[in-house]
Structure formats: structure tokens, C-alpha cells
Design a protein around this ligand. Structure first.
Ligand code: SF4
Ligand code: SF4
Length: 65
């Protein structure tokens, strides 16, 4: 696993409003926003959690594996 401290960001499509806020704060360019979907590249993600804190809909959460 490349994630820092084993952090894995989990995405909940049912909560997401596709506002793009998480994409803007990700320093690793790990988030790709499609028309109605969002993808997190686990290889790029450093586990900084900025996206988790910025999401106004709590669509992103962090777990460890
Ligand atoms: S945890 Fe940080 S690096 Fe990973 S997707 Fe979120 S903002 Fe990007
Ligand atoms: S910040 Fe939250 S609601 Fe906005 S696109 Fe990202 S996951 Fe979806």
C-alpha cells in the first residue's frame, strides 16, 4: 500500500453533489470528477485528508486498511 499510514479515502456516491471542491484541494491530483461519478486514484493519494475535510456533503471518509 502506498497510502500514508494506510489511509484509504472512501467515496459515497449517494452523498456526493459533484461540486468539485475536493478536486480543487487535492495536492496530489488524485481525484477525478466525472459527470456523475468521482474516482480517487489510490496510487496518487497521499492520505492528507484535505478532501475529506472540505467536502460539504460528507461524501468522503477515511478508513485504514
Ligand atoms: S486524501 Fe489528500 S491526496 Fe488523497 S485524494 Fe484526498 S486530498 Fe487527495
Ligand atoms: S467535495 Fe464532496 S460533494 Fe463535492 S465533488 Fe467532492 S465528494 Fe462530491
Amino acid at each position: 500500500m502506498k497510502e500514508k499510514k494506510g489511509v484509504v479515502v472512501t467515496y459515497d456516491r449517494m452523498r456526493c453533489d459533484f461540486c468539485g471542491a475536493c478536486v480543487g484541494v487535492c495536492p496530489a491530483d488524485a481525484i477525478v470528477l466525472w459527470e456523475a461519478d468521482l474516482e480517487i486514484d489510490r496510487e496518487k493519494c497521499t492520505g492528507c485528508l484535505r478532501c475529506v475535510y472540505v467536502c460539504p456533503y460528507r461524501a468522503l471518509s477515511a478508513t485504514t486498511d
